[in-house]
Design a protein around this ligand. Structure first.
Ligand SMILES: Nc1ncnc2c1ncn2[C@@H]1O[C@H](COP(=O)(O)OP(=O)(O)O)[C@@H](O)[C@H]1O
Ligand SMILES: [Mg+2]
Length: 198
């Protein structure tokens, strides 16, 4: 049963082995992040908010998002789905049929309906009007149905310098506020794991 759910979750092979047990904790923000993710699994289905995992590249945001849904699947048999936001946009674009919009819905239906969804790399796509609209539609649909979503983003929530783009710059103020309403904010700091030297 959980094998089937794991297959259906579309976890990228690169992240297939990611779990809490092989996530190295090097600072307090990582420790807090692991705690919050594990807590979500523990408490599920009695949770009313998803997660908005934010931090620089390579700190393990995707790793922890995957670890969380893998445990939800294995321990609680929750149907989960993983999608990289840019891949999703690409699939929607590729499926676009000018005559009808049904193909778009064919791609989006599982996104709307997944009990727990990971939307990886939110804000990474260039925020054109169409991207904004699609993002809004997805987030609002999940919000209205009170579904749990785990977002990751490389964009900081609050600007630390005037030159750095923030999540607000990428998704707009309305969506940012909606994200905060439906998610618990998890900020991870640290170096890119791939460049760590021991
Ligand atoms: N703290 C960590 N402990 C173990 N592996 C990690 C850790 N942080 C990142 N990794 C690994 O490094 C790679 C990049 O991590 P990833 O989750 O893609 O980072 P992010 O999504 O924050 O950019 C992955 O292979 C991931 O498993
Ligand atoms: Mg990532």
């Amino acid at each position: 049963m959980s094998e089937r759910l794991l297959q259906d979750a579309r976890i990228p092979p690169r992240y297939a082995q990611c779990g809490f047990q092989n996530y190295e904790i090097r600072n307090s923000t990582q420790q807090a992040a692991v705690y919050i993710c594990q807590r979500l699994v523990e408490d599920y289905p009695n949770v009313d908010r998803g997660l908005l995992i934010i931090g620089p590249c390579g700190v393990g945001k995707t790793h922890l998002a995957v670890a969380t849904i893998k445990e939800l699947i294995q321990r609680k048999l929750v149907p989960c789905l993983f999608y990289d936001f840019r891949d999703l946009l690409k699939e929607i674009q590729d499926s676009y049929d000018p005559l009808s919009q049904t193909s778009e819905l064919r791609i989006l239906a599982p996104i709307y309906e997944a009990e727990v969804l990971v939307l990886d790399e939110l804000g990474a796509a260039k925020p054109t009007e169409w991207v904004q609209e699609t993002m809004t539609q997805i987030i609002n649909t999940r919000y209205n149905q009170k579904r749990i979503t785990i977002f990751t983003s490389n964009f900081l929530d609050i600007s630390t310098s005037s030159t750095k783009e923030t999540l607000t710059d990428r998704v707009g103020e309305r969506l940012r506020s909606r994200l905060h309403e439906m998610c618990r904010l998890v900020v991870i700091e640290g170096e890119d794991y791939r460049f760590w030297r021991r």
